[in-house]
Design a protein around this ligand. Structure first.
Ligand code: FMN
Length: 200
């Protein structure tokens, strides 16, 4: 049996960078794409790495930014407020591509970015932000918390909502293939990217 043809980006650094942003841009809309729900890494106040799943809401190749939403009372929001940094990771099984993004991160709580993100959120997503007590609080029992019911005043959660924008400063791409893996890395270079092949 003939092996599957190699993808067009194989051995083409610029096309690989395009593929990175194509997959990231499709993440928010394609549920089966691994970049729909990437892992978000931060460093906490003890210097320990922390990682968790988030839903990617938007990727903007022109700006080199990625956006997700979280509760501003959460540990991840505190980590980002303190360090101004974050990393995201996803592995897409179908395309055999791992993407790692690291960069600066900013919390948007009361500005136009946050307002637009809140306005664009579904009702189901908004209820999460009305949860009490705050995320991560120790509870006497598993159900000892409240969340707004359907049809309740969903804007009550707005003060707890924030949009986080990660501005990528480094990208790492790994494509797995038996005929030879390909790995490439890029660093931000002004408005563009400087890339090179890396040993996988
Ligand atoms: C499928 C899935 C999607 C999630 N999406 C988000 C999200 O978009 N934003 C968020 O803050 N937490 C999201 N979470 C919950 C986080 O992974 C995490 O458990 C929670 O936010 C607490 O993280 P923290 O204490 O590090 O802040 C998601 C969890 C899962 C399993």
């Amino acid at each position: 049996m003939n092996p599957a043809p190699l993808p067009a980006f194989y051995d083409d650094l610029d096309a690989s960078l395009f593929e990175v942003w194509r997959l990231l841009r499709e993440g928010p809309v394609l549920r089966r794409n691994a970049f729909h729900m990437p892992a978000l890494a931060t460093v906490d106040a003890d210097g320990s790495p922390q990682v968790r799943t988030v839903v990617l809401r938007e990727a903007d190749p022109a700006m080199g930014t990625l956006r997700f939403h979280c509760d501003r009372r959460s540990a991840k929001a505190a980590d980002i407020a303190a360090t101004g940094r974050a990393a995201l990771h996803g592995y897409d099984t179908a395309s055999k591509i791992q993407i790692r993004v690291s960069g600066t991160a900013r919390l948007h709580t009361d500005d136009a970015v946050a307002d637009a993100a809140w306005d664009g959120s579904r009702i189901m997503s908004r209820t999460c932000y009305g949860i009490a007590p705050a995320p991560g609080t120790a509870l006497p029992a598993g159900d000892a918390y409240t969340q707004p019911a359907d049809g309740a005043d969903l804007d009550g959660g707005r003060p707890n909502f924030c949009a986080v924008v990660v501005t990528a400063t480094r990208l790492d791409f790994l494509f797995l293939d038996r005929r030879g893996h390909r790995r490439a890395g890029w660093v931000r270079d002004g408005a563009g990217w400087a890339g090179r092949w890396l040993a996988p």
